[in-house]
Design a protein around this ligand. Structure first.
Ligand SMILES: *[C@@H]1O[C@H](CO)[C@@H](O)[C@H](O)[C@H]1NC(C)=O
Length: 483
């Protein structure tokens, strides 16, 4: 076994350790570890955005001002958090979340299953506005849009529960009212009524818009007339029912869930109306909005070290295309791989990683160590050089062809290998017929499809939640500039 086969993998573990995160204690960005992710994000009724970063990553440092600004603008509306993937306690978690480059931004939207939010990558502009808009779009809407016809029926539902009715000229449901409805989920029901519903307007004696009416028990409905800001509105509504307890079950006092308004300093903007001004202009610092990531070293391509594993993966009559790096023999145990072989492995790892990051399908790539007895058989059957040089080949047992990567000057660099791989993807280039006897026959039916063997995408589970997610009711695009 070549010790250097493990080299690329071990690079991952050997990333520089830096316990200090990018964000200070006073940052509006909430700092997470796997435990607080679970309590503050996964179990939150609010939408969250989480940045997975490494402190040494330049693109992460560049993102910081815009991200902190987004956190301020989203204060009271959504959780804005970050997790330092360089920190040993977080590394495994970042891997589980499918993080393959820094920074990675993911939006978590609460689903019907508590603790299992829908997770999707944020791929938009790395600007405060881009982030705020995307997160606001993901805030669930628990606000009933009522008309004269159905308001009474709605008021009769959940009889004991207080009701808050927003009278407004708008047809859309603002981020602020949606966030309030989430704060009071299960405690106060929210509806929004347009001013054209004249019977309802008259019934509740609404004279100016917007107006928030609180109906609790048999008492006279109360009309809220203060600032359209989250903190005073929360206080007003709290006379009827307490908002949900802050999500934090963590003993650390510092990170408070940003979406809970009660504990936040009064100096911070609490109304989205205020923030609209902040969000609008694109400042110079945000000009570089092209999402770029610092790649973490690509994970090594898997090695097939037994004849059976190679057969199962690539040599059944059903096997699709496989790319194999057939590694050279070492003259001594533990001898390092020669440079062309290392280059070939690194190039294939990079290509595979690139496709995985993009989520695009690529045939499997495998390393075949010389210790796998089948490597001799392959070399002989395909007429390849005996033992001393790395060979990169593609083969397709189902379609009965193979191709050899012809390295000019032993150039196994990523550019050369990738253009060869792309040629295969596009079906270009001359193929040769596979020699007889290489593809196993009898047990073919029982062999799994190669495609089925490729590891599931880390997000596959999260994506499966999509259907179960609470769909916002609003068919119009939600606004977030005014109540
Ligand atoms: C989420 O909403 C439910 C009501 O649907 C409530 O009981 C629960 O306390 C809320 N969770 C948090 C963390 O606020």
């Amino acid at each position: 076994m070549y010790s250097s086969l493990l080299l690329v993998t071990s690079l991952l573990a050997a990333l520089p350790v830096n316990a200090d995160g990018l964000y200070t204690k006073n940052s509006p960005v909430l700092q997470l570890n796997p435990k607080t992710y679970n309590s503050l994000i996964a179990k939150s009724n609010h939408t969250s955005i989480v940045e997975f970063y490494a402190p040494w990553c330049g693109h992460c440092q560049n993102l910081k001002p815009a991200y902190e600004k987004a956190a301020k603008n989203l204060d009271g509306l959504a959780n804005v958090a970050a997790i330092n993937c360089d920190d040993d306690e977080n590394k495994a978690f970042c891997g589980q979340m499918g993080v393959q480059g820094f920074p990675t931004l993911k939006i978590m939207t609460p689903s019907k299953k508590p603790g299992k939010p829908r997770v999707e990558d944020y791929q938009g502009a790395r600007s405060a506005k881009g982030i705020v808009d995307a997160v606001v779009d993901h805030i669930p809407n628990h606000v009933k849009r009522a008309t004269d016809k159905d308001l009474d029926k709605w008021l009769g539902q959940n009889e004991d529960r207080p009701k808050a009715i927003l009278f407004t000229e708008k047809g859309t449901t603002s981020a602020l009212i949606r966030a309030l409805a989430i704060d009071f989920l299960g405690a106060i029901d929210f509806a929004q009524v347009r001013n054209k519903e004249s019977a309802s307007v008259k019934k509740f004696e609404v004279t100016s818009l917007p107006a928030l009416v609180l109906v609790a028990g048999d008492a006279e409905p109360k009309i809220y007339q203060g600032d359209l800001k989250k903190k005073p509105i929360t206080e007003f509504l709290s006379q009827a029912a307490a908002p949900n307890a802050p999500a934090s079950s963590d003993s650390k006092p510092k990170p408070k869930p940003k979406a809970k308004s009660k504990s936040k300093p009064a100096t911070k903007p609490t109304s989205v109306a205020d923030d609209a001004d902040d969000v609008e202009p694109t400042t110079a610092e945000e000009a570089d909005t092209k999402p770029v990531q610092t790649p973490i070293p690509a994970p090594a391509i898997p090695a097939l070290s037994t004849p059976e594993s190679l057969e199962a993966a690539c040599l059944t009559p059903k096997s699709g295309t496989c790319v194999l790096a057939i590694l050279p023999e070492a003259s001594e145990p533990d001898e390092a791989l020669p440079a062309p072989a290392t280059a070939a492995l690194a190039s294939l790892a990079e290509i595979g990683h690139k496709h995985a990051q993009r989520g695009s399908h690529l045939f499997p790539l495998y390393a075949i160590p010389a210790s796998n007895p089948i490597s001799h058989i392959l070399r002989t059957a395909l007429g390849l050089a005996k033992g001393s040089a790395v060979e990169v080949i593609a083969l397709n047992a189902r379609r009965d062809w193979w191709r050899r990567f012809g390295a000019a000057d032993e150039d196994f660099g990523a550019v050369a290998v990738e253009s060869w791989v792309d040629g295969i993807r596009l079906g270009e280039g001359a193929k040769e017929k596979l020699p007889d006897g290489l593809v196993s026959g009898a047990e073919a039916e029982a062999e799994p499809e190669v495609e089925a063997e490729t590891a599931p995408e880390p997000e596959a589970e999260a994506e499966a939640e999509v259907e179960e997610q609470v769909e916002p009711e609003a068919e119009e695009k939600p606004e977030h500039d005014e109540l």
